[in-house]
Design a protein. Structure first.
Length: 94
């Protein structure tokens, strides 16, 4: 883990997990760009579930075009996401 670099394109995994998740619904399935790494942190989903030893993963700030999320806007929206929430993608969404 920790393989993503600033400038890389990623897709947020889609789905509606059971229980707590720190993945906002509005970015699920969307393609964004890695801005920077925020270090390694305990996976919030597992902390909320009360696991004694939650996984520790890299957390990334990912930028999304507002128009891709809401159909309008000339700005970017950034979200901090754990590595297990994202996968590699191309800018065109493939």
């Amino acid at each position: 883990m920790g393989d993503f670099r600033a400038g890389e394109w990623v897709r947020v995994r889609a789905g509606d997990p059971v229980g707590h998740t720190r993945v906002p619904r509005y970015v699920r399935g969307q393609v964004g760009r890695i801005v920077e790494s925020q270090g390694r942190w305990a996976l919030a989903d597992e902390v909320a579930a009360g696991l004694a030893e939650p996984r520790v993963e890299p957390v990334y700030t990912v930028a999304f075009a507002a128009r891709d999320l809401w159909g309008e806007g000339d700005h970017e929206v950034t979200v901090d996401l754990w590595e297990s929430y994202i996968e590699r993608a191309r800018r065109d969404g493939a």
